[in-house]
Design a protein around this ligand. Sequence first.
Ligand SMILES: [Zn+2]
Ligand SMILES: [Zn+2]
Length: 364
Amino acid sequence: MTKDYYQTLGVDKNATKEEIKRAYKRLAKKHHPDLNKKEGSTETFKEINEAFSVLGDEKKKQHYDQFGTADAQGFDQGFDFSGFGGGGFEDIFSQFFGGGGRGGRQRATGSDLLYQLEITLEEASTGIQKTIQIVKNDTCESCEGEGGKGIQTCSTCKGAGRVTQTKRSPFGIFQTTTTCPHCKGEGKDIQHPCSDCNGIGVSRQKKELEVDLPAGVDNGNRLRISGEGEAGSRNAGKGDLFVEIRIKQHPYFKRDETELILETPISFIQAAIGTTIEVPTIDGKAKLKIPPGTQTGTTFSMKNKGMPSLRGYGKGNQHVIVNIVVPKKLNKKQEESLKEFGKLIGEKVTPQKGFFDKLKESLT
Ligand SMILES: [Zn+2]
Ligand SMILES: [Zn+2]
């Protein structure tokens, strides 16, 4: 219900804060039930107080100017959905991103939800459709979110959703505006509240959703699914669902955006004489040529074997770091042939001076 509070106070829409205050003081004095015994003065006095409770409050006035109603302003009796059995949240992180969470009146838009979805690197590479199951406050099916039957304007607050109490004191007139205790700020009264949702219009429900993940998604990416968050009480609007991606650690690959990094061992013989090895890639095995004389720590890049770009700019590369493995144990025969090999390449095989001795030598 729209009320013209400016008209009630007899001020212009562009009236200053001071002008509004002055008009209120003048009218409040004029219509105060203790001073004015005319019939209807109590009603008028209430109207004046209601008008001033909005126009005299910067925030409420701004909202009223914008929407033509003072509703949905910060009344102290918020309705907190988090009270619904937290145990049912499973892997939902119980998030309130604002919107519904900010202690407004009951008719707050439903909260946004955050769901963490863990997928493998392979799934991130190809993109995948996943079915997720969430437990959330959703529109009650029995009453279609209405909260019940026989909905009427609240008789206590006449639909305003709040009540104003006025007290006189030697210092002036004090008034307090509180959420209507009868309708809890709703402004409406339900004759036959729905028994499934206790008149709230939402109930705890399990929902399954299909989520399409594009190829190239990465840790921390969030998908917004509009309207799949929680339902607000009595069809007050739904929040959004955010699906946040978590990528499981891969046994071989490290990921840096579209680049994949793999470490692989090769023997010192393979490194010395060169070979072709088989390495895993994100979409199967591939061959990698190791040239003769490869040193440990050398990185080879395999073009277009990385992760796809989320924006569709092709694929990154795979980088293979080779680690040369030295045999830990040699039998007599192996040792002899290695010494022989050492002689062939002119290497001293007797124990050498330590690293620091050599370093000192090179410096002098
Ligand atoms: Zn219901
Ligand atoms: Zn009421």
